[in-house]
Design a protein around this ligand. Sequence first.
Ligand code: URC
Length: 294
Amino acid sequence: MSSHLGFNQYGKAESRVVRIVRDTAVHEIHDLNVSTALRGDFADAHTRGDQAAVLPTDSQKNTAFAYAKIHGVASPEDYALALGRRLLEACPAARQAQVEVEQYAWDRLGDHSFVRRGGAVRTAVVTVDRDGAQVLSGVQELVLMNSTDSEFKGFLRDEFTTLPEADDRILATSLVARWQHTSTDVDWNASYDSALTTLLRTFADTYSRALQETLHAMGCALLDAQPSLAEVRFSAPNKHHFLVDFSGFRVDGLTNDGEVFVAADRPYGLIEAQVVRDGAPPEGDAWLAVPGFC
Ligand SMILES: O=c1[nH]c(=O)c2[nH]c(=O)[nH]c2[nH]1
C-alpha cells in the first residue's frame, strides 16, 4: 500500500479559562472556552513516533491559562492573537497556529457577584502565521424569532412534496455567524457590538420570503455597516413551528389563527450561506478547519 500523511493539526481543545480581574474591589470576569491547534512540519511525530518537534497539547493548554494573566482578555480576538503568536514562537516546527475562543457573558449583580447571561455566545477564531494573522469574529446560539412577516411559497413541487404554502409563519433559528476582518487593527469590542446590533435589526426589519433571503439581507447589512469586513458566513437551522390542528377538538368556536404552535426540534432545515464583498482580499487559511459552515 502506498500512502502519505495528509493535512494534520494538533492542539488542546476546550480549555475552560476563567480570568478574574481583581485589581480593585469591583471585579471583572472573563469566561472562555479556548481551543488551540498547531499546523506545520509534524510528519516525524506521525510517521516515526518522534516527538522532538511537538509542543505538547498540555503546554498549549498551560499557555492558554498563563496568557489570561500575562496578556489579559481585553477581547477574545486580542487574547487569541497574543496566544497564537506565543505558540508560534514556542514551536519552531509550527507554520500556523489557530486559536478558537468562545466567550460566555456574565451580568453584574454587585462588585464581585455575577449571573451568567443566557443566549448568545461570542466567538473568535484567529489564525496566526509567521507573517501575519487573520481574524474571524462571530456569534453562536443566537436564538431569534419573528412571529410574523415570514412566508414560504412558490417552491418547486415533486411527487413527494406535501408542504403547504405558508403566507404567515413563524421564522426562528439558532444562528451561527462568523465574519472575517481584513485587518488586525480593530476595536474588537466596538466592532462586535455593532455587528450584533446590525444582525438583530436586520432580522427584525426584513420581511422574509425564505430564511435564505433573510440571511442574505443580514450579510449585506453587516458588510455595508463595516467596510473593513470581507465576508460573513451563516449556518442557520430553520427551527420549524407547526400550527397545532384544533379541528378535531370538540370545543365550540375554538380556532387557531396562528396562535398555538408545536416547536419541533428535529428534523430541521439547515440553511447555510456566505456573503462575500466583491473584490475582498484572498481569505487565506482563516476558515480552515472551522466547523459548521458550508
Ligand atoms: O425558509 C425556508 N427555506 C427553505 O428552503 C425551506 N424548505 C422548507 O421545507 N421550508 C423552508 N423554509
